[in-house]
Write a new protein. Structure first.
Length: 140
């Protein structure tokens, strides 16, 4: 899915894209240029073997995107962000991705978005709720 125009590819490497995963139950980030809701994706929380895992785990990421409709939804997010980057004059763009608790789906989607956008832009990634998993012993 290549959308970025050649005319802007050199400029895109100068744009800073901050990607943030979060949990809706803890509030929506106020500094977002985009907020994407991934609560519609398959939820690993309801799979006993994955409940204590997070989107940092490959098994969780594979589960979240195993269905073609989930993959299609993600690709629409990617295309939206890439299209915006191609048009914007901003130096920094903040993309927030949320699920219910910010543990599984939003982390998985944020990591995938980071991996894809890092090919064309200067990206950073943060997981707002990760301190909750560390405290609860979920993240290793």
């Amino acid at each position: 899915m290549e959308y970025i125009s050649n005319a802007r590819s050199d400029i895109l490497s100068e744009i800073k894209v901050a990607i943030l995963s979060f949990g809706y139950k803890y509030g929506i980030p106020i500094n977002a240029d985009f907020v994407f809701d991934v609560r519609c994706l398959p939820n690993p929380f309801w799979v006993a073997s994955m409940r204590e895992m997070s989107g940092f785990d490959r098994e969780v990421r594979d589960f979240v995107f195993a269905d073609s409709s989930a993959d299609g939804y993600y690709n629409s997010i990617l295309l939206t962000v890439k299209s915006y980057l191609d048009l914007t004059g901003k130096d920094t763009v903040t993309v927030c991705i949320g699920c219910t608790g910010g543990q599984h789906r939003s982390v998985a989607a944020a990591i995938r978005l980071f991996d894809d956008l890092s090919k064309v832009a200067n990206c950073s990634i943060a997981h707002r709720e990760s301190f909750r998993f560390i405290k609860e012993g979920i993240v290793k």
